[in-house]
Write a protein that binds this ligand. Structure first.
Ligand code: E4P
Length: 217
């Protein structure tokens, strides 16, 4: 499973990228707002740092305006994936932009039928939002599994990009289900390294190394 990092914070992306943990980046208008940066400038900086797909989201609502915005975003760098919402207009924009050779990420997906439509429209990525479904007491991971089954049944090449990830368990569950990509905030990716027994075991090893006077350098 590929790891995308879900942020527009340059320092956080750089830290994970140095560890080889960043196969791509996703942003959205809320994350751009949080960064306090201009969308075109910050997206260019991210594209210069990361070689994988970098999703940049349109803000228009009508297909023709989304297409114009998507074309402008795609000019930033060859690794831009234009992000469009899963509306009828968004699907129209997806078809035109993919036919022009751009990567397109169709976002705000909450049902298997929406994912089916995105695949038919040629989406490069479909972004089902796990956490926002869980927030409503529904089954976010179940949606990933349903889309996996549907795409595999018919050989759709659209990549399942599990989004709205809130916990380390979401990451391992998505990997088990077979999501192609999971995009998570930096803190969730870093939290995947944590275990209380790791901390406890290391504490004992440090104490014993001191007692034994072990020196390596
Ligand atoms: C990714 O493409 C989405 O924009 C993001 O994962 C949404 O996450 P949230 O539901 O935590 O805002």
């Amino acid at each position: 499973m590929k790891f995308f990092v879900d942020t527009a914070e340059i320092d956080a992306i750089a830290e994970l990228n140095a560890l080889g943990m960043v196969d791509g980046v996703t942003t959205n208008p809320s994350l751009i707002m949080k960064s306090g940066r201009d969308i075109l400038e910050v997206t260019k900086e991210i594209c210069d740092m990361v070689s994988g797909p970098v999703s940049a989201e349109v803000v228009a609502l009508k297909a023709e305006d989304m297409i114009a915005e998507g074309r402008k975003l795609a000019e930033i760098a060859p690794n831009i994936a234009v992000k469009v919402p899963l509306t009828w207009d968004g699907l129209k924009a997806c078809k035109v932009l993919t036919d022009e050779g751009n990567m397109v990420n169709v976002t705000l997906c909450f049902t298997p039928n929406q994912a089916l439509l995105a695949a038919k429209a040629g989406a490069t990525f479909i972004s089902p939002f796990i956490g926002r479904l869980d927030d409503l007491n529904t089954d976010g991971l179940g949606l990933i599994a349903e889309i996996r089954t549907i795409y595999d049944n018919f050989g759709f090449e659209t990549n399942i990009l599990a989004a709205s990830i809130r916990t380390p368990n979401h990451m391992s569950d998505c990997a088990k289900i077979g999501a192609d990509v999971a995009t998570a905030p930096p803190n969730v990716i870093k939290a995947m390294a944590n275990h209380v027994l790791t901390d406890k075991g290391l504490d004992q090893f440090v104490k014993d190394a001191e007692k034994a006077g072990i020196k390596i350098l």
